[in-house]
Design a protein around this ligand. Structure first.
Ligand code: DON
Length: 464
């Protein structure tokens, strides 16, 4: 039978298939979104600044040319470009993961008995505690060493990565231990200040911390971990709940304020998304409720963040309205690749038509300010301008034409333009407004370089 084929091909995942056919994914036009990601990737690839970490041979060996980006959406759509299958160590990118797991296991209160939640304003490996003699937050070394005394780990990481690649570099672990004098100093300092829970061995916690830094992922598997955080703790590939919603929310908050070392404030300002970097050149980026991204490029800037990784995050947010404080309704200069709900569209059409019918200019202004397309058509291909013209609402017609620059040449299913409706129902004032506007519209179309979209942007910005 014909409908057996998709069932066979996609196994049990019929929901995924139906979503794809209905364009119900969070990024409905995924191919064109992926193309834009590839363009950003290429632009960023030209960056030649930064220096590969060389305090241990396992990091120094990496070519500065390596550059990969993978992303995984909250509904499991994936895209990768560049060196995305090569393993690298998580290093400090493990800090938000270990924190999330510890909160999932022990709860916020228990964990924050031992660790603060304030940005430290200091380097990640400073020998420093807050006023209560706790590490400032879980994203700096002291916090991560302390949390290492609280949790059990590897199983969780595998689950977060949808069972994809999670490895371990023993050589890195040994090197980290041998070169980890600063971390030993932090450990002893915290021991002196009685930071550790009773019964916990500081040396064991340190050992575990070095092991965590040496866990390997690829861009591909790391992007699934990030996507699990983006998806409130449910892995988008397996559908399994790995972390509690509370653990994820805490983690994203702390990544947002403390995740990028001495660049955290600037990252929160310019990119406005939770992220965590590591000395291996990895950046784990989360776009909550949309997707997780793992960037990897070994050359680091002065504060220890991947040069290309930072550049990628900035480019991404300059093209798409992913910044936490981008306005999703009015900010029309950036692209929004997210799904527009069919229900939202139906509601918009209904609101527009009803406002045009009842002569409600205020309601129409609200729609325009919410970036609703004022040329939306109903079932009969009629626009708000058709309806206002037929009803003889001159003020509405003026608003739709002069302010919203609605298209006067849309034909309804019977081939009628708005001006035809005004003529048919004998609304002379409206006929005049529309005839003048049609002339104006044709004139404007002839001006080189001015697109309809640009005209509309100008108008709406004037309105706001
Ligand atoms: O704790 C340390 O010193 C290292 N394993 C590095 C951790 C890290 O990634 C800091 N990076 N920017």
């Amino acid at each position: 039978m014909c409908y057996c084929l998709p069932f066979r091909c996609f196994g049990g995942n019929v929901v995924l298939l139906i979503q794809a056919f209905r364009k119900k994914f969070i990024i409905p036009e995924f191919d064109s979104f992926a193309q834009k990601i590839d363009e950003i990737y290429k632009t960023v690839q030209k960056q030649r600044d930064g220096k590969v970490a060389d305090y241990i041979p396992q990091l120094a060996k990496f070519s500065p040319e390596l550059w990969g980006v993978s992303l995984c959406t909250v509904d499991g759509q994936r895209h990768s470009v560049g060196d995305t299958k090569q393993p690298f160590c998580l290093q400090s990118c493990v800090k938000p993961l270990q924190y999330a797991i510890s909160v999932h296991e022990s709860g916020t209160e228990d964990v924050h008995n031992f660790v603060g939640m304030e940005p430290s304003g200091l380097k990640f490996n400073m020998l420093s505690l807050d006023e209560e003699d706790k590490p400032h937050n879980p994203m700096v070394n002291a916090g991560a060493i302390l949390i290492s005394s609280l949790i059990k780990f590897m199983e969780f990481l595998k689950k977060m990565a949808g069972q994809e690649y999670v490895g371990f570099s023993n050589a890195t672990f040994q090197s980290e231990k041998e070169t980890g004098d600063r971390n030993f100093a932090i450990g002893y300092y915290m021991k002196e200040k009685k930071c550790f829970p009773s019964g916990a061995e500081m040396i064991d916690a340190l050992d575990f911390y070095f092991q965590l830094c040496s866990i390997e992922v690829t861009c591909e598997s790391g992007s699934i971990m990030a996507a699990t955080l983006a998806n409130g703790g449910i892995c988008p590939i397996t559908g399994e709940r790995v972390l509690s919603a509370e653990a994820v929310r805490n983690t994203l908050s702390l990544m947002h304020s403390c995740g990028m070392y001495d660049f955290s404030g600037q990252m929160a300002f310019h990119v406005g998304l939770p992220a965590k970097s590591g000395v291996s050149g990895a950046i784990l980026l989360v776009i909550p409720n949309v997707m997780g991204v793992m960037c990897w490029s070994p050359p680091l800037d002065r504060v220890g963040n991947s040069v290309r990784g930072i550049h990628f995050c900035q480019e991404l947010v300059s093209q798409f309205n992913f910044h936490n404080y981008d306005n999703l309704r009015h900010f029309v200069k950036k692209q929004d690749p997210r799904r527009q709900d069919r229900d939202d569209r139906n509601q918009s059409v209904f609101n527009l038509m009803f406002a045009a019918y009842s002569g409600d200019v205020s309601a129409l202004r609200r729609s325009a300010l919410s970036s609703v397309d004022m040329d939306l058509k109903d079932y009969d291909s009629r626009t708000a301008l058709h309806i206002a013209a037929a009803e003889g609402h001159t003020d509405v017609v003026k608003f739709l034409t002069e302010t919203c620059k609605a298209n006067p040449f849309v034909q309804d299913r019977w081939g009628n333009l708005p001006v035809d409706d005004a003529i048919q129902f004998g609304h002379e004032d409206v006929v005049k407004v529309l005839r003048d506007y049609q002339q104006d519209w044709k004139q404007r179309k002839k001006q080189p370089g001015e697109t309809e979209h640009a005209q509309k942007l100008d108008t709406f910005e004037g309105m706001v």
